[in-house]
Design a protein around this ligand. Structure first.
Ligand code: MN
Length: 727
């Protein structure tokens, strides 16, 4: 257990007697409040506030923050009230304790909702006074150090939260040491096997590694001394979690990893950094592409340092960081210590440019409705490793690792993101999903009629881009569901002799919507579009007389499959629904028959899952409820998305036949998505392939060309053997 004197000594190093007195008073108060309580470890409860206050004092926090560290659990776990704290310690300390106090568990329906709400509250408190998060991080650090006394299920949940949220926050704030320890502690509980494996390996190599570290330090000190440069050299074995991440990223085993040891040179002044760098590079050969100058280009959390990798004395790669004492203090204690030192007292994140990210994150997370979405965008917002890319005008933007041109576009401006059509990286046109690298110059090609696509969600890395794309596609989909619903309802109406437009005007459809518990007509139409309710049911309630002749109506429905064909005569059949070539929430193309534009098609309204489009002659259609079939036709042109089509090829089992078939695909501009083949004993091979075509014309042309290949005996279009799929 830490002693109070150790904490007071640390506080005394940086702050006046008044602050030290406040800390002592908080200690006495907390000791009285928690007296008799014990931790799960069996230690007196006071050991926890002592550890938290000690961490805060080591981070050079002011007296108020260290006092809040002592008091942080009193309001939640003892009889002490928030008002008591205010009375005894003042507004500042009380606000900090309030910010850290967890909120009641009763008001939430799930662990996740509770977690989201706690974190949301914490972020808001941080925005008011950043010191809240330091108390919270110090609290979490000690809880993680004593996590072994918790139940396994709780260990995993807390570790996951620590990894996702707290370690990332520590990193964002430049609290490097705390971030590393939080990561290692969480990793130990989340992946005990990998942790043990790496820890064991390090233990076995300790003797050699210690010797190696001493060797390198001796050589370097010698060189620096001969050249009259002062520096303090340290060497250490890297954190277990950092090693694990590197192993995974580079797909290496522990024995193949070379840079498990890291060196650091700390010099009095910034100019000395470059002098040391020069001497290091003169002594050992630098590895090209591994030099990073974070002094001239500091990280977003204000981190500054030179990083280089050289080929060391044993011919191994060796990483060296070089920085001044001031930079080292900032790297260890973070950007807030810098602000505390300068300003003192409350740090309002919203007033400090360096903490813009916090305000932005609060903005994005506010847009998200449920707690799952909140947590997801939070994780997106708290990215761990950042890259720096340039606009064509040379402005630097900070993005998470593997961010894409779409993320970049949204970072520049929402309007640019919303109309982003293409991207150029270092002058070359690239796909929008291309991961960017530090130093890239990115230019966005925007087009006014271009809009965000749901597909972008698969690759974007920033919360901002995600939120905007989601909002856009949701609105767009809603509009489409309303117009699709209207078409479906009008079609059904005509069949039943009901004028739907009139029903809208005279208010009877509105009444029907209310009867069915929809708040208005649009909501009803949207529900029809999403197939949550059939058009028949919507109208059935509106006009009870339909019930008199149900049999006849069904007949009218069931004769449509044969008609729902290809080209609409004169701008489309009056009672057909237009299908665009887009696969989404409303319309899906059945995987059994893979219809392509130009095919005769038929729609099937699947309960709550929108319309599934099949080819008119698809065998599964005949087994479906006729009532749910919907006549549909293709909208002419415009769509460029490729469609999957399934074909079967029977050919002679001859050398080179596969190459010939692939050649035909190539010249026809058709992609092969997947394929399988079976060789028969009769010297024949049967191929089944899923290919991508633009429309029926391209498919027929390709099949015709395949026919002309010598060894090919038969070509036909086929459906998936699994059947029934896509309903
Ligand atoms: Mn606590």
């Amino acid at each position: 257990m830490i002693r109070i004197q150790e904490i007071l000594d640390k506080v005394g190093e940086y702050h006046n007697q008044e602050q030290a007195d406040l800390v002592r008073k908080a200690y006495v108060y907390a000791a009285a409040a928690h007296s008799g309580q014990v931790r799960l470890s069996g230690e007196p409860y006071l050991s926890h506030p002592l550890a938290v206050a000690y961490t805060l004092a080591s981070m050079r926090m002011d007296g108020h923050t260290v006092a809040a560290g002592f008091l942080h659990d009193t309001v939640e776990d003892t009889k002490v009230s928030s008002a008591d704290i205010r009375e005894n310690f003042g507004e500042d300390v009380a606000a900090l304790v309030d910010g850290v106090t967890k909120i009641s568990l009763l008001s939430f329906d799930s662990k996740e909702a509770q977690q989201a709400e706690n974190i949301r509250k914490m972020l808001l408190a941080m925005n008011e006074d950043l010191r809240v998060i330091f108390v919270k991080l110090a609290d979490r650090l000690h809880n993680m150090r004593t996590l072994e006394f918790m139940k396994p299920e709780k260990q995993r949940r807390i570790s996951q939260e620590t990894m996702d949220i707290y370690a990332s926050l520590a990193n964002r704030l430049g609290l490097h040491r705390i971030k590393l320890e939080l990561e290692d502690l969480s990793f130990r509980f989340l992946h005990p096997d990998s942790y043990g494996h790496i820890a064991g390996w390090i233990e076995r190599h300790k003797a050699t590694d210690t010797e190696y570290i001493a060797d390198v330090i001796r050589i370097l000190n010698d060189v620096l001394q001969r050249n009259g440069v002062k520096a303090q050299i340290k060497g250490r074995i890297k954190q277990i979690y950092s090693i694990f991440r590197k192993m995974n990223a580079q797909n290496l085993s522990l024995d193949e990893m070379h840079d498990i040891i890291a060196f650091r040179a700390i010099v009095p002044e910034m100019k000395d950094c470059y002098a040391v760098l020069g001497l290091v590079h003169a002594t050992w050969k630098p590895v090209p592409g591994r030099f990073k100058d974070y002094i001239s280009m500091p990280k977003a959390n204000m981190y500054q340092s030179l990083h280089t990798t050289v080929i060391g004395p044993k011919g191994e790669r060796m990483e060296i960081q070089i920085r001044s004492e001031e930079m080292d203090n900032l790297a260890e204690n973070g950007v807030a210590s810098h602000w505390l030192y300068k300003e003192g007292g409350r740090i309002k994140a919203r007033d400090v440019k360096e903490f813009n990210w916090l305000r932005e994150m609060l903005d994005w997370t506010r847009l998200e409705g449920n707690s799952q979405e909140f947590m997801r965008s939070l994780r997106f917002g708290l990215f761990k490793d950042e890259i720096y890319v340039f606009t064509p005008r040379g402005k630097v933007l900070e993005l998470p690792e593997n961010a894409t041109p779409v993320d970049f576009a949204y970072q520049v401006h929402t309007e640019i993101g919303d109309h982003c059509a293409g991207g150029k990286v270092n002058g070359r046109l690239v796909p929008l999903s291309t991961p960017l690298k530090s130093g890239d110059t990115v230019e966005i090609i925007a087009a006014p009629n271009h809009h965000p696509s749901r597909d972008w969600l698969k690759f974007v890395k920033t919360a901002k881009a995600r939120t905007r794309i989601q909002n856009f596609t949701r609105t767009e989909e809603k509009e489409r569901s309303i117009s699709l619903g209207r078409e479906m309802l009008e079609k059904q109406g005509r069949r039943l002799g009901i004028n739907v437009q009139k029903a809208v005007k005279d208010g009877s459809l509105q009444k029907c919507a209310l009867d069915l518990n929809f708040k208005d007509i649009d909501t009803l139409l949207s529900a029809v579009g999403y197939a949550r309710i059939t058009p028949r049911r919507a109208l059935h309630l509106l006009l009870p007389k339909i019930e008199e002749t149900p049999k006849e109506m069904e007949k009218a429905d069931s004769k449509h499959p044969a008609e729902g064909s290809g080209k609409p005569a004169g701008g489309g059949k009056a009672d057909s629904v237009v299908i665009k070539g887009i696969d989404d929430m409303l319309v899906r193309f059945a995987k059994c028959c893979n219809p392509v534009p130009g095919d005769a098609i038929i729609g099937y309204i699947s309960r709550g899952r929108g319309v599934a489009v099949h080819t008119a002659d698809c065998p599964t259609v005949s087994q479906m409820e006729p009532e749910r079939l919907l006549s549909v036709y293709w909208e002419g042109g415009g769509e460029t998305q490729p469609f999957p089509a399934r074909i079967r090829i029977l050919c002679k089992n001859e050398r080179g036949v596969l190459a010939k078939i692939a050649g035909v695909m190539e010249t026809s501009g058709v992609n092969i998505d997947s394929g399988s083949f079976r060789s028969g004993i009769d010297g024949r091979t049967e191929l089944e392939m899923l290919i991508e075509v633009a429309d029926i014309a391209q498919l027929l042309l390709t099949m015709d060309r395949l026919h002309k290949v010598d060894s090919v005996l038969e070509v036909s279009r086929t459906t998936a053997s699994a059947g029934g799929e896509g309903r």
